[in-house]
Design a protein around this ligand. Structure first.
Ligand code: PLP
Length: 488
């Protein structure tokens, strides 16, 4: 395997090129517009400075694994216990994905079926409810399983199920929609409260989380984030969960690659501390688009009920690709990649700070930075659009107590996993910070028709978009995406 799994070794680049060339010809014979869009997507990804913190580039081996006849197979159930005949090969790949996940993360149990991160969280929620709530209740009603309950008892149980409490990190502090946000099902199926970050420092305040947990007494304490630029001490979160009798669920969707690559170890590794850990496989972990659930042994049987509880038939082709990606992540080269992701985030943060920009929490110690763009006189929406005009792909993001709300926002979230896969290092990320600061300095907020300040429109100084595109093209050409992969 090459030093960097997403870069095919020279001797295999010709093979990869011919595999895609032929696949696209087969597709073009049926619907040429799909083949064209697929080629164009590669060209566009190659030509843009991708700083979206949740995105990455999977290896050709991972991508190719998804395009097979495993897609045609139904396999509801679990390895060795399927509701469909002929699942022996699905069993092989699902068992491999789970084994690699257990070994990679040191988890007692792994479930490879979730189709996405949200699905992994739904499996975890229902598994926690089933494990923690159904058991004692069934005893209370003198029933062995739900089928033994009278209609009235079932009604009472269902009511109680829908009134359990969940405490998660708020969206504007960096939490995820699925951590109890009202418009998400997690905020509707649970009675929810949220913890935030310290208003002064922007850092997680464990004493405040503890105080809230003691008062609220949640069944589920959720830790993990999508836009918090710091590490979390999961031993402390577990201590808090234990003090109030809660189940600790950690959603490591964003930073699973840093756990896999042993950048987050000890109390910063959630897996030994959480009862259940969920993740996506396509962000810093650099696998196919999908989810995983890791659990302590006592939750294994309830996690296994994910399908058909909340999941449809497993995506066997994606589980096969998860097995390939997790095998890659077990290679020493992946640990090196993960360390560079973290080092590069440091370089990016330093690049902003030395040019006078403000970062939420004053910096980073993971794979992302949250740039407060209010100092440039812009909203997140204006900054995101101006940067996109200049070929820099980011996403706007709320900052703590955001005066511009969740739509316009005051922040830009930037992550290093994708460009690190392309081989960017310290100097390139310092240059990226320089380019972003130049674009934002050269952009002004527009005004509405009524003459008031607009939160969406903006004006950029002449020539700056073209200059930035040319400067990023220079960086991108030095670090090509899928080098040697050529299509005619
Ligand atoms: C991205 C993310 C998810 C959702 O993943 P999908 O695959 O898009 O469903 C869940 N939780 C966190 C913390 C995330 O960052």
């Amino acid at each position: 395997m090459s030093d960097n799994a997403a870069v095919p070794p020279a001797d295999s680049a010709a093979l990869v090129s011919s595999a895609y060339q032929q696949a696209l010809e087969v597709i073009a014979a049926v619907e040429p517009r799909v083949a064209d869009a697929t080629r164009q997507e590669l060209a566009d990804q190659r030509a843009s400075l991708k700083l979206i913190a949740s995105e990455n580039y999977a290896s050709p081996a991972v991508l190719l694994t998804m395009g097979t006849w495993f897609s045609d197979k139904y396999a509801e159930g679990t390895v060795g216990h399927r509701f469909y005949a002929g699942c022996q090969n699905v069993d092989t790949v699902e068992a491999l994905a789970a084994e690699h996940a257990r070994e990679l993360f040191g988890a007692p149990y792994a479930y490879a079926q979730p189709h996405s991160g949200i699905d992994a969280n739904l499996v975890a929620f229902w598994s926690i409810l089933a494990h923690r709530v159904e058991g004692p209740w069934l005893e209370k009603y003198g029933a062995k399983n739900v089928n033994d309950l009278s209609e009235a008892d079932w009604e009472a149980l269902r009511h109680e199920l829908g009134n359990q409490r969940l405490l998660g990190m708020s969206l504007d502090a960096g939490g995820h929609l699925t951590h109890g946000f009202r418009p998400n099902i997690s905020g509707k199926m649970f009675h929810q409260q949220q913890y935030g970050t310290d208003p002064e420092t922007g850092l997680l305040d464990y004493d405040a989380v503890r105080a809230k947990a003691k008062e609220f007494k949640p069944l589920v304490l959720v830790a993990g984030y999508s836009a918090y630029p710091r590490r979390v001490n999961f031993a402390k979160m577990r201590e808090i969960a234990d003090e109030v009798g809660a189940t600790l669920m950690v959603d490591m969707a964003h930073f699973a690659g840093l756990v896999a690559g042993k950048v987050f170890t000890g109390e910063e590794n959630p897996v030994p501390y959480a009862h259940i850990t969920t993740t996506t496989t396509h962000k810093s972990l650099r696998g196919p688009r999908g989810g995983l659930v890791l659990a302590q042994e006592e939750y294994a049987s309830s996690v296994d009920r994910g399908c058909p509880m909340v999941l449809g038939g497993p995506l066997s082709h994606v589980m096969a690709a998860k097995a390939v990606a997790l095998a890659e992540a077990r290679q020493p080269a992946f640990a090196d990649y993960a360390q560079r992701v973290a080092d590069n985030a440091q370089s990016l943060a330093d690049g902003f700070l030395k040019r006078g920009a403000r970062l939420v929490t004053g910096g980073t110690d993971n794979h992302l930075v949250l740039l407060d763009v209010s100092g440039f006189g812009l909203t997140g929406r204006q900054a995101e659009s101006a940067l996109l005009d200049a070929g820099v792909v980011t996403n706007r993001n709320s900052i703590p107590s955001d005066p511009n709300g969740a739509w316009y926002t005051s922040g830009i979230r930037l992550g290093t996993p994708a460009l690190t896969t392309r081989g960017f290092g310290h100097d390139e990320f310092d240059r990226v910070a320089e380019l972003i600061v130049e674009v934002l300095n050269g952009t002004e907020a527009g005004t509405t028709k009524a003459g008031t300040p607009s939160k969406a429109s903006y004006a950029m100084a002449d020539g700056i978009a073209d200059r930035t595109r040319a400067a990023s093209a220079e960086l991108l050409d030095k670090h090509p995406l899928y080098p040697g992969l050529e299509l005619v």
